[in-house]
Design a protein around this ligand. Sequence first.
Ligand code: ADP
Ligand code: MG
Length: 184
Amino acid sequence: MFTTEKNHQRFVEMFDPEFEFIKSLGYTNIQVYQIRKNNTFYILKCTDTKLKWESDHLDNERRILKVANHVRGITHLVQDYGFVEKYTAVLKEFAEGNELQTVISDESIKTQLENIVQQFHSLGISCVDLCRKNLIINPFKKISLIDLGAFIKNNSLNIPEYNKNYDFYSLNLLLSNKLKKEKK
Ligand SMILES: Nc1ncnc2c1ncn2[C@@H]1O[C@H](COP(=O)(O)OP(=O)(O)O)[C@@H](O)[C@H]1O
Ligand SMILES: [Mg+2]
């Protein structure tokens, strides 16, 4: 969408003139910006409303973020910008740390991940997209789930068994891959 740093800065200012562009983190047509305001980092996630799939995806994340406001272990919604000019955007908390790539085996990581999944399931939400790229670990080994774009909110609190099992499967895969990696 935009390439130069100056353009990025101009773009983020459209949502709030006090935003300072730090870096661009997205890999897709959904733009993910790390920004700073009043000495605090945030994530601005936005897309062009002309892009149907991307807008729907971001809209889904916004909906899930609102329902999951009290879930522990995620980066929460800070502000919903709705539509600004031809863009749609949300502001989220920033999680300090690294993507969950190589971490030492730790019972607390397993417990944290299980807790996050459990909280979503109790809200009638299946997680779907539990992967390393969507999980940030900080130096104190605290895990944050940062991307809720693909999550599915069911009409009732009863999640289909299949979806639940899929989440447990992803979770186990995540944990077993991690262990394999460490054995090398
Ligand atoms: N709240 C956040 N805190 C820290 N890093 C983030 C946050 N949100 C996104 N990121 C970084 O940006 C990348 C892309 O963001 P994500 O929301 O997963 O979008 P997408 O998967 O659509 O590209 C993540 O893999 C992560 O490295
Ligand atoms: Mg992601």
